[in-house]
Design a protein around this ligand. Structure first.
Ligand SMILES: Nc1ncnc2c1ncn2[C@@H]1O[C@H](COP(=O)(O)OP(=O)(O)O)[C@@H](O)[C@H]1O
Ligand SMILES: [Mg+2]
Length: 374
């Protein structure tokens, strides 16, 4: 069958879709001009009639499908379609002609085309209805997306490998830290001096707080940030189990908002170590003898981009001459350093309307840093 003849240039603008009503600015086009545009288009262009017969192809079609033009004109479009897709193709052509408007073909489905040697390749196809004197025809523009697909698969594979690797790294770091924790535990159980045992136990708590960050990272598979509320919840369980001796008379509770608060990984460990130091101190110092009491960890959002983290107890309170800048012991020397790493500000207080007690509050930003690509 021959290509449509005597096509009225106006017809190019009078499709049924409102989207091609650009009559005002589009150039008027005679048939020669139309054929030139099609011929030199960078993608394969195939025009078929309502019965599925090819009436026009361009140079790119010959290259892409490896057919000389003469072998295509007058043939059924099935020649370009894999056998398994032919029935569906005929059906959807009828559907298209029933409501002709420019649109991508097979949205959401993977489309394939067939070369002269029977081999297939993935394609993207745009469909345009064309009013001609011989009825509505379909002008299909066909792009070979083999390269794009391949590049996408390479990227997806690389991303998957990286995720698996990151997961593995966090898993191993966590395991190594747990080995260190067990060693400290063994050492602590072998020493007589209660002071040394306590030092070893406190070090063990610090290592466990660090291991927990890595454990949560691989459990959650989110390697860019940490849900601070969940982390503090798990950390308080760890700390409580470390002080099971005092857990009968001392309760530890966590107050956290319903909405998640996220923290970047760089600051998750200092934050965990800070809470570990402060809670350990409260267990150790706030309730001497058989005194009962409560330790509270409170996480609050302040506005949209700040967080207030408080550890308070209702124990005996800080010593009267307490001066954090003059402290010689490790725990409270670490605290200001950790607060610095959080880029936060520390507020320390002793005593409140309910009695003595101690409280330590850190206010810091929880705006996650935006990483620039390496
Ligand atoms: N929650 C608390 N209640 C009462 N006293 C505390 C509390 N936290 C810290 N302190 C006091 O601060 C001192 C220094 O704490 P720290 O530097 O952690 O050393 P350590 O815990 O090894 O004694 C403690 O010895 C204790 O006197
Ligand atoms: Mg301490």
């Amino acid at each position: 069958m021959d290509a449509p003849t005597g096509q009225n240039p106006e017809d190019l603008h009078t499709g049924t879709d409102a989207g091609i009503s650009a009559k005002v600015t589009a150039p008027l086009m005679n048939e020669d001009a139309f054929r030139r545009v099609v011929e030199y288009a960078p993608s394969a262009m195939v025009m078929i009639d309502a019965g599925g017969t090819i009436v026009l192809v361009n140079a790119q079609t010959e290259t892409l499908f490896n057919y000389p033009r003469a072998a295509l004109i007058g043939e059924s479009v099935d020649i370009l379609v894999p056998a398994r897709a032919r029935a569906h193709h005929a059906e959807s052509r009828q559907g298209f002609l029933g409501a002709p408007r420019p649109r991508p073909m097979g949205a959401g489905r993977d489309l394939f085309a067939r070369r002269s040697d029977g081999s297939e390749f993935p394609v993207e196809i745009g469909l345009n209805p064309m009013e001609t004197e011989e009825g509505v025809m379909v002008l299909a523009s066909i792009v070979d997306i083999t390269e794009r697909r391949r590049a996408q698969q390479v990227l997806e594979q690389a991303l998957l490998e990286k995720t698996v690797l990151l997961n593995e790294v966090h898993h191993r770091v966590k395991n190594n830290l747990q080995v260190i924790s067990s060693l400290l535990n063994l050492q602590a159980s072998n020493v007589e001096d209660p002071r040394v045992r306590e030092i070893l136990n406190e070090s063990q708590n610090r290592v466990r707080a660090m291991a927990l960050t890595h454990q949560l990272l691989y459990e959650r598979k989110d390697f860019s940030r940490m849900d601070l509320g969940e982390y503090l919840d798990r950390l308080s369980q760890l700390l409580l189990s470390a002080y099971r001796g005092g857990a009968e008379r001392i309760s530890l509770r966590l107050m956290r908002p319903e909405a998640q608060i996220h923290l970047d990984l760089e600051r998750a460990i200092p934050c965990g170590l800070l809470v570990s130091e402060l809670v350990t101190n409260a267990f150790k110092h706030a309730f001497p003898g058989e005194q009962h009491g409560t330790i509270e960890i409170r996480l609050e959002a302040c506005g949209t981009d700040e967080v207030l983290l408080t550890v308070r107890d209702d124990g005996i309170g800080l010593p009267a001459d307490f001066d954090i800048t003059a402290i010689k012991s490790l725990g409270l020397q670490l605290v200001p350093l950790l607060v610095d790493q959080l880029h936060g500000g520390l507020d320390i207080g002793s005593g409140n309307c309910n009695g003595p007690g101690a409280h330590f509050s850190v206010r810091f930003s929880n705006v996650l840093p935006t990483r620039s690509p390496a």
